[in-house]
Design a protein around this ligand. Structure first.
Ligand SMILES: *Cc1c(COP(=O)(O)O)cnc(C)c1O
Length: 485
């Protein structure tokens, strides 16, 4: 057991700061700003330091341990990214600076656009969107602009497979389209018959995640794209799972017209807790003119000594406009750019190969004890089921909570929605065989405990400062202000 968390440390009269002596004439403060009473905690310096150190240690992160949170790609974030992002020339630029004085920043943005174009096979990339979901919204607005421009105004449906991430229906609905759900077949692919049944002249497009959230590469991907294109629809790619295929295949060549990248997932920026992230959108020849702007173009060669600047900001020809103030989340661009330059083309490809290898290694070690959603080689993640033979009352949630006692972050659970008792495991490429084995051993031991002592799992976690929380209440009624006892 860890020590209980003591939050109230105030003791009347204690003080952790010394103000310097007043060296300016004393002035009266405006009456309206004065309060009779301001109850702040009275603590010493050491109390204060220990309080925040303890709080920081209650947090879990990839820098502490394994974080196999499926779909979220919680890979290790190399510290060199942070060093690059902190360089004063990047960190201290102001978005209102004249473009002549920020040519280096524009060069970085331009080259990042080019790298993403190359990786995805797209004709154009905009770095504007601030997250994956924002990229989805952007892409769907581009699809709509494309159809409207052609006078094709009857289309109002976006098809979305039932394995999709919750942001897909949300961003589609926000853009004014109606979403229609497409079933998955028993191998985890888009069900071709169901797709055919719904693919008509009302369809503006299909939003598809590939590999999908089951960790499976759609075996009929080319045919799926062809079916939608044949009916005049477009294909949007949710690129959140790009970590599985980077440098191996190009989504544009597979049939995607437009796709977002999650820089904070695939290209390593610390994420979770709300950002900042970045969800650049790539588009093929057909849709590139609609990309949001400004985007960076290169005109000739720069000759800085003679003040000749070659990087410029432009709006694409039929741009849907801006999706974000200024130029997007620049700090994330620096991290992604550094990551790409440090690894190079071969390194990026190996990232994906290792991510897939790690996932399949874990899947193989757990097969037999935990039922798998699909009996297929997986990509960078897989979905197991929290159902253990001989332990009918044990659920995915109990297994997830018990894993915390073994000092592992639980996998994503109860998503994707089409798998009962889902435990979605994404180890990422940055984990060693020793870590993967320790995690597999913990799950194997937990399966044994589930049969012998199910209560141990029902009451888990036992070693954390707090146990099972009321997550809804925590989100709806957060306490964000110090209130003295
Ligand atoms: C993470 C994720 C998203 C949303 O991306 P954000 O950057 O969190 O907005 C969409 N789809 C899938 C499959 C994801 O894993």
């Amino acid at each position: 057991m860890t020590e209980p968390l003591i939050y109230e440390l105030s003791s009347s009269g204690r003080c952790g700061v010394f103000l310097p002596e007043l060296d300016v004439p004393q002035a009266a403060l405006p009456e309206e700003y004065l309060r009779d009473d301001l109850p702040l905690p009275e603590v010493s310096e050491v109390d204060l330091v220990r309080h925040y150190m303890r709080l920081s240690q209650l947090n879990w992160g990839v820098d502490i341990g394994f974080y196999p949170l499926g779909s979220c790609t919680m890979k290790y974030n190399p510290k060199v990214n942070e060093e690059a992002a902190r360089l004063p020339g990047f960190a201290r630029t102001h978005p209102y600076q004249d473009h002549c004085s920020v040519q280096g920043n524009l060069q970085l943005m331009y080259e990042l656009q080019e790298f993403l174009k190359e990786l995805g096979g797209f004709a154009g990339v905009s770095l504007q969107p601030a997250a994956g979901a924002h990229g989805e919204f952007t892409g769907i607005l581009m699809v709509r602009a494309y159809h409207e421009e052609r006078g094709d105004k009857e289309r109002n449906v976006i098809l979305i497979p039932d394995s999709a991430h919750g942001t897909n229906p949300a961003s589609t609905t926000m853009s004014g389209y109606t979403m229609v759900e497409i079933k998955s077949d028993e191998r985890g692919n888009v069900d071709l018959e169901d797709l055919k049944a719904h693919c008509d002249e009302r369809v503006a497009g299909l939003m598809l995640t590939n590999p999908n959230t089951l960790g499976l590469f759609d075996e009929h991907l080319l045919e799926v794209c062809r079916l939608v294109h044949d009916r005049g629809g477009l294909v949007y790619g949710d690129g959140a799972n790009f970590n599985a295929i980077m440098g191996i295949c190009k989504p544009a060549e597979l049939g995607f017209d437009v796709m977002h990248y999650n820089l904070h997932k695939t290209f390593s920026t610390p994420h979770g807790g709300g950002g900042p992230g970045s969800g650049p959108v790539g588009a093929n020849e057909k849709l590139a003119p609609y990309l949001p702007g400004p985007i960076v173009v290169k005109d000739g060669e720069c000759d800085f000594e003679h003040e000749e600047h070659c990087y410029h900001l432009v709006m694409p020809e039929k741009s849907i406009g801006r999706m974000k103030s200024f130029y997007g989340n620049f700090g994330v661009f620096v991290r992604a750019y550094t990551y790409i330059r440090m690894l190079g083309a071969e390194g990026l490809k190996q990232v994906s190969q290792d991510a897939v290898l790690n996932a399949n290694y874990l899947r193989a070690r757990l097969t037999g004890l935990y039922p798998m959603s699909h009996d297929r080689v997986c990509m960078h993640e897989f979905v197991a089921m929290g159902r253990i033979g001989g332990a009918p009352d044990v659920h995915a949630l109990d297994i997830a909570k018990r894993l915390m006692d073994y000092r592992f972050h639980p996998p994503t659970n109860y998503f994707p929605l089409i798998v009962p008792e889902a435990l979605m495991i994404e180890p990422t490429e940055t984990e060693s065989k020793e870590t993967l084995d320790a995690f597999a051993n913990a799950l194997i031991q937990i399966a044994d405990e589930a049969v012998k002592d199910p209560e141990l799992l029902h009451d888990a976690p036992h070693t954390t400062p707090v146990g099972r929380l009321d997550e809804v209440k925590a989100a709806r009624e957060p306490i964000l202000r110090y209130v003295p006892e």
